[in-house]
Ligand binder design. Sequence first.
Ligand code: UDP
Length: 238
Amino acid sequence: TGEMPPRKRVLLKVSGEALMGSGAYGVDQQTVERIAADVAEVVRSGWEVCLVVGGGNIFRGLAAAAKGMDRAQGDYAGMLATVINALLLQNALEGQELPTRVMSAIAMSAIAEPYIRRRAVRHMEKGRVVIFAAGTGNPFFTTDTAAALRAAEMECDVLLKGTQVDGVYSADPKRDPSAVRYEQLTYMDVLSKQLNVMDAAAISLARENRLPIVVFNIGEPGSFPRVMREEGPYTRII
Ligand code: UDP
């Protein structure tokens, strides 16, 4: 009696590149603030929101390895890049009066809580926005896989993948004018057609856990709240 129905929970994956705005490297403050405002709107509409942030705007292990760096070492540097982004996002979310916690997969106790699943769930139940930093904490993984992993652990209803395009296309829409956007795809379509959405590990994890993925353009102001109201454009992967 009197028990509140559980609120719906979403994990938003914000790529590092999404934070660059129109720049070519690093972080555009205005863009971060705009994304924070979009997150605030979704929180105020009643969703529990958590975020996984990438680091590709600062450092990528794979790109460094291509130039001769040790891959694992580069990946650790990449994970640290995600922590920088997480702190900037946290700051912007606090500017929106949202209570937030950064939880890092790599211990960094002076600036972030360690990732503890049950504590993260508790934060979300209390209405805090949790930012998951440092990916999975392991080299050779991506923040997309971290997003699928955390979304499964948090029992999210949906995983939103914010990109620079408004969904998944049959070809690169910037190069091929005949490219069409898919409304809906299966996990298997993405894997077998090798569509460049998320890496195979992330897609497989989502598939095993029946976690729907929605791909949308986070560069478009207001797109996150719109997609949460099921207003397109987007591509749904189920
Ligand atoms: N990374 C890693 N393990 C993880 C997540 C990330 O080693 O679980 C490293 C990897 O080097 C990656 C970098 O962190 O290139 C930045 O993450 P990602 O490229 O996924 O960021 P995004 O493309 O979303 O900006």
